[in-house]
Design a protein around this ligand. Structure first.
Ligand SMILES: Cc1cc2nc3c(=O)[nH]c(=O)nc-3n(C[C@H](O)[C@H](O)[C@H](O)COP(=O)(O)OP(=O)(O)OC[C@H]3O[C@@H](n4cnc5c(N)ncnc54)[C@H](O)[C@@H]3O)c2cc1C
Length: 327
């Protein structure tokens, strides 16, 4: 092993949380080998953010500032990452399995002629060998990967790893990477970024998520879920059946082709429990299912199940929560 490199990128004027999650995982892989953890910091003006990466676990920061890295553009980011990897020669390169990481990782692996392991939810070093664990068949089985060679590109499921506790006393080394990003390389130009307006807690950050599915029968069912979510300071998500039907925005979709959530509590309402949906909630600590069909697959993974019509059960839950919260 020759060190681990993680992608830390800027988002909304600060380092994106994903970079801190990757640093946490990288430390547990690097420490048993006495190896260093490097954060590749990509952005336009990044010098003010170096310290935070040391505090969150980096030994070294590869600072790659460039005007073309101000907003995410695939070719620019890919080329910058490739140049950093060629310069520092890490054994493993960790990226978040978010939409950006999913786009960059396979392309980076191809360029570096590296192996790739995707959607990892746990890492360990046993008998001097790194183990990378990722769900298979929508979480029904776990695959354990051990590297047969390096470099290796790895994507980590968002929220599966927690950032380390900040250590303000930590310092590190900075290496400036002189990037070569000629304009002809940049085929995609970001002209505008529009932030989706969202009220309440962000789905990915919520400690309590209530997911609604086809069983709600229409968009009005989601209004009931929103009432419950508001009381519990949670967020509402949806199955693909509900987003495809246009009942709620696609950004609410949870699952294999949607968002990954890792709340303390996930309440699945009118959701059958298809593997593609479950893939997005495997990080939930407790799953509660409400479904009219006692045979629905969701009950196989739920710790607590209520068989019945959500139209009767959810209002009763709302009433009980109000009572307990004194509202
Ligand atoms: C490549 C691919 C990717 C996919 N990606 C995703 C993804 O990211 N996320 C995702 O969710 N799906 C995804 N899917 C779709 C997935 O396979 C399922 O079709 C989908 O999850 C089903 O959604 P559902 O559970 O809401 O609907 P259904 O499977 O139709 O289930 C509805 C449930 O509601 C129950 N119900 C009915 N009435 C009530 C009531 N009044 N009260 C309580 N319960 C009731 C029923 O018993 C049933 O179990 C993907 C599919 C493919 C092929």
């Amino acid at each position: 092993m020759a060190g681990i490199l993680v992608l830390a990128r800027m988002e909304g004027g600060s380092v994106a949380r994903s970079g801190f999650e990757l640093l946490g995982a990288a430390r547990s892989l690097a420490e048993p080998f006495g190896e260093r953890v490097t954060a590749a910091l990509l952005g336009k003006e990044t010098s003010a953010y170096l310290k935070t990466l040391f505090v969150q676990g980096a030994d070294l920061v590869a600072e790659a500032s460039h005007p073309s890295l101000g907003t995410y553009a695939p070719e620019a980011y890919l080329s910058a990452l490739e140049q950093i990897c060629r310069s520092l020669d890490p054994s493993m390169i960790l990226l978040s399995a978010d939409s950006i990481g999913r786009e960059l990782a396979p392309r980076l692996a191809h360029r570096l002629e590296a192996g790739i392991v995707a959607e990892v939810i746990d890492v360990a070093v046993t008998d001097g060998i790194p183990h990378l664990i990722s769900p298979a068949y929508g979480g029904k089985a776990m695959s354990v990967f051990t590297p047969k060679g390096y470099p290796l590109v790895v994507t980590l499921k968002p929220r599966a790893f927690k950032p380390l506790r900040a250590d303000e006393s930590k310092h590190g080394e900075v290496v400036e990477i002189d990037l070569d990003l000629p304009p002809h390389l940049l085929q995609v130009k970001v002209v505008e970024q529009v932030k989706e307006e969202a009220a309440g807690v962000k789905l990915e950050d919520a400690k309590i998520v209530i997911g609604g599915g086809r069983g709600l029968g229409g968009p009005e069912g989601f209004q009931v879920l929103e009432q419950l979510a508001k009381l519990l300071k949670g967020a509402v998500g949806a199955s693909r059946a509900a987003t495809d039907a246009g009942w709620v925005p696609t950004s609410w979709q949870i699952g294999q082709t949607g968002k990954t959530v890792g709340p303390d509590l996930y309440i699945a309402v009118g959701i059958s429990g298809a593997t593609q949906h479950i893939a997005g909630v495997s990080g939930a600590k407790t799953i509660v299912a409400i479904n009219t069909d006692a045979e629905a697959p969701i009950f196989k993974i739920a710790q607590l199940g209520i068989v019945g019509d959500y139209k009767k059960i959810v209002p009763r839950l709302i009433g009980k929560c109000k009572e307990l919260l004194g509202r």
